[in-house]
Design a protein around this ligand. Sequence first.
Ligand SMILES: Cc1cc2nc3c(=O)[nH]c(=O)nc-3n(C[C@H](O)[C@H](O)[C@H](O)COP(=O)(O)OP(=O)(O)OC[C@H]3O[C@@H](n4cnc5c(N)ncnc54)[C@H](O)[C@@H]3O)c2cc1C
Length: 310
Amino acid sequence: MSTFIEYGLWFRRQLGSDLQATTVTRVERNDSLFRLSLQEGGSVTSRRVVIAAGIESFKRVPAVFANLPSAQASHSYEGRTIASLKGKRVAVIGAGQSALESAALLHEAGSDVEIIAAISDLRWIGQHGWLHHLGLVSTMLYSKYDVGPAGISRLVANPVLVHRIPMRLRDKIRTRAVRPAGSTWLPERLASVKTSTGRIVQEATYAGQEIRLKLNDGSERRVDHVLLGTGYDVDIQRYSFLAPELVQQIRCLDGYPDLGPGFSSSVSGLHFIGATAARSFGPLLYFVAGTEFAARELTRYIHQTQIVSQ
Ligand SMILES: Cc1cc2nc3c(=O)[nH]c(=O)nc-3n(C[C@H](O)[C@H](O)[C@H](O)COP(=O)(O)OP(=O)(O)OC[C@H]3O[C@@H](n4cnc5c(N)ncnc54)[C@H](O)[C@@H]3O)c2cc1C
């Protein structure tokens, strides 16, 4: 973790950027100018804004858990000191890496863990490792970014091509490439963790210092904590800093902005990169690996449009 953070700070020093560490509380647009209000007062105006605000606002909390106290139910995004749940009964909801890895670590730290997942069987990423060791054939099947299964991985690595694919097929490629699954180092570490697949929590109530869960098979669980590894729903309306009038002007595809070349939204001068761009340019944009394309495509577009308008 510290190496990764140091890399980020090193990168910033190399770039010599004039980063101002502050929270943008509002982005509005008046005529052709954007106005950004800053948390500690003051504002900035700009003709162009690039939104790269990540996925924190998009945490998916299924309605059934929405009324539980936050001390007893947390989303995996929030992080948590695993040791604080030692000796506690913890239900981990979900079947992706966040859920499965949390379950393994909690179990090893002495929690009484149960994984509850809607899918009928847990899936593991990288089970066909040998496919990565076939020389030229492997190169044809997998891109260097390694997002998605054999073949799809190659397609996903070309976001410009993905952008041209009809939406229904593009959505299929995206959901297939990032379906819930865990790394292959997890099954061994989860071997003695109770796992209930094909189950959905239908009711969750907090009473008498414990949470009572009712599952779709009629069974019940009593736990001290629910850890939600339930993923994210991209919906730019949930970026509270975007003025509602501005959001209304942005053409969307079920919460994702509909983006064109240079990650341009339907509002001139407003761009979105990161996970919000995945519906337009494919699942590579959900990953750090997608930043290479995002940065180049965005700067190419801005540079070119500046030249044209000069
Ligand atoms: C559990 C998990 C595991 C992952 N594992 C991998 C992996 O193994 N490999 C991989 O390639 N990718 C992985 N990813 C994805 C990776 O984290 C993202 O692709 C990457 O962080 C996206 O970068 P970003 O700059 O778009 O968003 P972020 O890194 O989320 O950065 C967003 C930034 O915007 C800031 N911000 C938000 N709102 C405001 C505001 N109003 N004002 C000012 N600043 C604001 C936030 O503070 C934050 O610094 C993982 C993600 C998760 C959640």
